[in-house]
Design a protein around this ligand. Structure first.
Ligand code: IMP
Ligand code: MG
Length: 176
């Protein structure tokens, strides 16, 4: 329960995140060269990251959101994903960049990329702020990864524990 959890050690400061988001945006800008890009944020955890990232992107940028849930509960996501909120645009022929807060088991993104591929985008890439490589259940690597972090449950900068702590400007470990 969130009310029993306390925010512990700060893993990534506001400044470290700011520098990294700028680096990610620089790479994306270099790759797409100011062309058209449809950024798809994966709710809810992405909302702070997407808002910071897109303000550093150049070109004709559009922003859409999807919400995905996985069957399974708590801090362990497993199994088949379910689209809770789908796109309201056609992505056929478009350059798509999925923006995710964190890749953990890899289940969500590996399945989501397959689903979106069937809609015939021109290209599809994934940008994640955070990744926990040691937790993968399926092999999945993003095209752009901000930070690789150890297997600890973290909150802040959009990420929650029981819907709390999303507003923190830094990323911190949660403690019992
Ligand atoms: P997965 O890669 O399919 O396991 O799912 C990743 C999702 O699990 C993320 O989008 C988050 O919503 C959630 N998640 C994984 N690790 C954490 C964490 O440490 N803090 C908060 N949410 C997490
Ligand atoms: Mg998420």
């Amino acid at each position: 329960m969130a009310e029993q959890r306390k925010v512990g050690e700060i893993l990534l400061t506001e400044e470290e995140i700011r520098v990294k988001v700028t680096e990610l945006a620089d790479k994306i800008n270099a790759d797409y060269k100011g062309g058209n890009l449809l950024v798809i944020g994966i709710l809810k955890g992405c909302f702070v990251f997407v808002s910071d990232l897109v303000r550093k992107l150049q070109g004709d940028i559009q922003v859409q959101f999807m919400q995905i849930s996985s069957y399974g509960d708590g801090t362990v996501s497993s199994g088949k994903i379910k689209i809770k909120k789908d796109l309201d645009v056609d992505i056929a022929g478009k350059n798509v960049l999925i923006a995710e807060d964190i890749i953990d088991s890899g289940n969500t993104l590996s399945q989501l990329v397959s689903i979106l591929q069937e809609r015939n985008p021109k290209s599809i890439k994934v940008c994640t702020l955070l990744s926990k490589p040691s937790r993968r259940q399926v092999a999945f690597e993003a095209d752009y990864t901000g930070f690789e972090i150890p297997d600890e449950f973290i909150v802040g900068y959009g990420l929650d524990c029981g819907e709390s702590f999303r507003q923190l400007p830094y990323i911190a470990v949660i403690e019992d």
